[in-house]
Structure formats: structure tokens, C-alpha cells
Write a protein that binds this ligand. Structure first.
Ligand SMILES: Cc1cc2nc3c(=O)[nH]c(=O)nc-3n(C[C@H](O)[C@H](O)[C@H](O)COP(=O)(O)O)c2cc1C
Length: 361
């Protein structure tokens, strides 16, 4: 099963299965002399951790990270810093209940990767989906915490902006609210509404999709490269690689199809700090290169496939059957995709910073 690595200069390789002993990653290419402790990484992991509210899976994982390599106490200051060597991170699995999945060992769960993994590899890890499980995304969040330290002037934040058909009121956007509700929602009133809305969905044993927006502030002009190294293509690929993501857009994205040229092109005016853009329909990227404005991406997360209603499927012997997924699940996986998205964009930006320096100095 190849292709477990992403990034060019800041490279992240992840390993481990949902119900294996542990998951982890190796971050290669991290610059030396960056202060890094387990606590720096744990902060981000704690935001993604399951079982934190009734709206996310009740799987209880401590998600305690261990740094196995690539750091040491600085000989002069004593502060723990990166050495430039590969940084290996390990997170043990502690709440893997394989028996929850034993009934579905021979059936393909609709909406999951069961059929495709088996069609490709001739074997699949039915214990929670193995590599296809979003348990793997914990390792991305750990890598993302390191990436944030590589780009200290850049602030990558994400928020849930739509659940089902219910979008937030963008006029009520308050980043401080994102940490105050279980949905990572920046609109306080909509977060209140989501409580009853998602409770209703959860009690029916059903699920719902969501839209997440990621904003990176402080990205200087010049990140990204033309043609095959575009910042927007790398961000899109990184976000699309998150489980259950079915659509990604940059800036105004699909809405630009309905705009005129006058409406869409971001006008400019001179200022003491270089050109000033009068709008940001482009999402902070032109020609694959950052403009210095906030980089904005949005993505759609499909509804959780494991629901409590029986679904039609086939078994490994090719017979029609029904399936009822009894394992633990999130009614809206979009919620926990929020910290994962921040991590992926942070990794892309760290990679592009190092690539930029490599060519431009
Ligand atoms: C943070 C997160 C948690 C997820 N948890 C579940 C879950 O509990 N149940 C489920 O059916 N899908 C869950 N998913 C989605 C599946 O992993 C994903 O739909 C499945 O592996 C098939 O891959 P695809 O949807 O990317 O094609 C989760 C996704 C994310 C991002």
C-alpha cells in the first residue's frame, strides 16, 4: 500500500491502522533549532480527539503523543529543539474494539472503502477500516502542529460554516466563538441551533454533511510555484485527501461561475506596504502564487456513512444482503475534520515556505 507520504521538502509519512497497536508519522525535512515539545503537539491533538461531546464518536482515545526522534536539549539553552533529523511521532491505540466490527467482516459497508480496498489489494482490514479509517488523521494533526512552528508568522484557522442545508450568518463570524462550542462554529447563534438539529439527526441514527472553511492569515506574497507546484493545487490535494471530503474550493470557488469579470477580479490600489487588494475573491492565490492576502479554502464533507438504518449491500461471495453498522460513529464527521484541515494547510504552507527559500533564498 504505497503513497503514504505527502509534501516535497517538509515531508510527512504516516503509518498505522485504526485497530492496530499504534499510529504515527515521520516528519522529514523539518528545519533544525525549532523549539518543540510533546505539549506543543498535544494541544492540537486534543482538539481532534474523539469522545469530547455527544456529537462525536464515543471512541475514547487519549491520543497521547510521544516524540521518538529528531529533538534534543539545546547544548546552551537546555530547551528541547529539532535537530533537522526525521521526527518520528507515536500515538498508541487504546480503545480499539474489534468486536464492534466482526459482523461486517464479510460485507461491504456502503460509502466506505471496504469494496475498493478489497478490489485493489485482495484483503482489507475490516477492524474499523484499517488505513481507510479517519483514525489516521490524528497523525496529520500531530504533523501539522510541527508545521505551525515552521511558519510562526502564519495563523491557520478553520471553522464549520454549514451543516446540512444550514449555513452560518457570515456577518456573525467571530473566531473567538470557534473554541466555545462543540462544532468549531464561528456563529454563536447557529452553534446553538446546531445542538438541537444534530441531536435530532443523532437520535434517528442518521448523519449529515458539512462545509468547513480554512483561512491562513499572514502568508506572505510569493509562496507557490507556477504550473505544477501551485499553492492552490497543493492545498486542494491536501484537503481532498482527508476522509469523506468530496469537494474543495479556493476563494469564491464555484460561486465565481456566477460572477462577472467586474465582480470577480480583485482590484488593487497603491499603499505604503505595496499593492492593496480591494477584495479577495481569489482566496489569496493568483497564478498558483500567494498574493499576501489571507489564503481561503473551503471543502464539503459527506455525511457519515455508518448509520443505524439497514442498507442494501453485497457480501464477499457476491450475494445481495443487508448491513447494519453498529460500531461507534460521528453523526457529522465534518466537525472533527476542522482541526485536520488546519493541520493539512499548515503542512502545505510549511512545505511551500521551505520550497520558496530553496529557490529564491
Ligand atoms: C475526523 C473524521 C472522522 C470520521 N469518522 C467516521 C465514522 O465514525 N464513521 C464513518 O462512517 N465515517 C467516518 N469518517 C469518514 C470515513 O473515514 C470515509 O468516508 C471512508 O473512509 C471512505 O472514504 P471517502 O469518504 O474519503 O471516500 C470520518 C472522517 C473524518 C474526517
Amino acid at each position: 500500500m504505497s503513497f503514504n507520504t505527502f509534501g516535497h521538502m517538509f515531508r510527512v509519512t504516516t503509518f498505522g491502522e485504526s485497530h492496530g497497536v499504534a499510529i504515527g508519522c515521520v516528519v522529514d525535512g523539518c528545519p533544525p533549532l525549532i523549539a518543540l515539545t510533546e505539549a506543543d503537539i498535544q494541544r492540537d491533538l486534543d482538539r481532534r480527539r474523539p469522545g469530547q461531546s455527544r456529537f462525536t464518536t464515543q471512541r475514547q482515545e487519549a491520543d497521547q503523543v510521544k516524540i521518538l526522534s529528531g529533538v534534543m536539549a539545546h547544548p546552551k539553552t537546555g530547551e528541547q529543539v529539532t535537530t533537522g533529523a526525521p521526527i518520528a511521532l507515536l500515538i498508541e491505540n487504546t480503545d480499539q474494539r474489534s468486536k464492534d466490527y466482526s459482523e461486517i467482516k464479510d460485507k461491504y459497508r456502503p460509502g466506505h472503502a471496504d469494496f475498493t480496498y478489497e478490489a485493489k489489494y485482495g484483503i482489507r482490514d475490516y477492524r474499523g477500516g484499517g488505513r481507510s479509517s479517519a483514525r489516521e488523521t490524528a497523525t496529520r494533526v500531530a504533523a501539522g502542529a510541527i508545521a505551525r512552528k515552521v511558519v510562526p508568522g502564519i495563523n491557520v484557522r478553520a471553522a464549520l460554516v454549514q451543516m446540512g442545508p444550514h449555513a452560518i450568518d457570515r456577518g456573525k463570524w467571530d473566531w473567538d466563538e470557534v473554541g466555545n462550542n462543540p462544532f468549531f462554529c464561528p456563529d454563536k447563534d447557529k452553534a446553538k441551533f446546531f445542538e438541537d438539529y444534530l441531536d435530532g439527526i443523532r437520535k434517528q441514527g442518521s448523519s449529515i454533511g458539512a462545509v468547513i472553511e480554512v483561512v491562513a492569515d499572514g502568508v506572505p506574497a510569493g509562496f507557490g510555484a507556477p504550473i505544477y507546484g501551485k499553492l492552490d493545487s497543493d492545498i486542494a490535494a491536501a484537503l481532498m485527501s482527508i476522509n469523506a471530503v468530496k469537494g474543495v474550493e479556493i476563494g469564491d470557488g464555484f460561486a465565481t461561475a456566477a460572477l462577472t469579470g467586474e465582480e470577480n477580479a480583485d482590484e488593487m490600489r497603491a499603499s505604503n506596504h505595496g499593492p492593496l487588494f480591494l477584495s479577495n475573491h481569489a482566496g489569496g492565490i493568483l497564478g498558483g502564487i500567494s498574493t499576501g492576502q489571507p489564503v481561503v479554502a473551503r471543502f464539503a464533507v459527506k455525511p457519515t456513512s455508518s448509520i443505524l438504518a439497514p442498507r442494501k449491500t453485497v457480501d464477499r461471495d457476491g450475494h445481495d444482503t443487508d448491513i447494519l453498522t453498529k460500531g461507534r460513529h460521528d453523526p457529522c464527521v465534518g466537525i472533527r475534520a476542522v482541526p485536520v484541515a488546519e493541520a493539512m494547510v499548515a503542512c502545505v504552507l510549511a512545505d511551500h515556505l521551505i520550497r520558496h527559500r530553496g529557490q529564491i533564498g
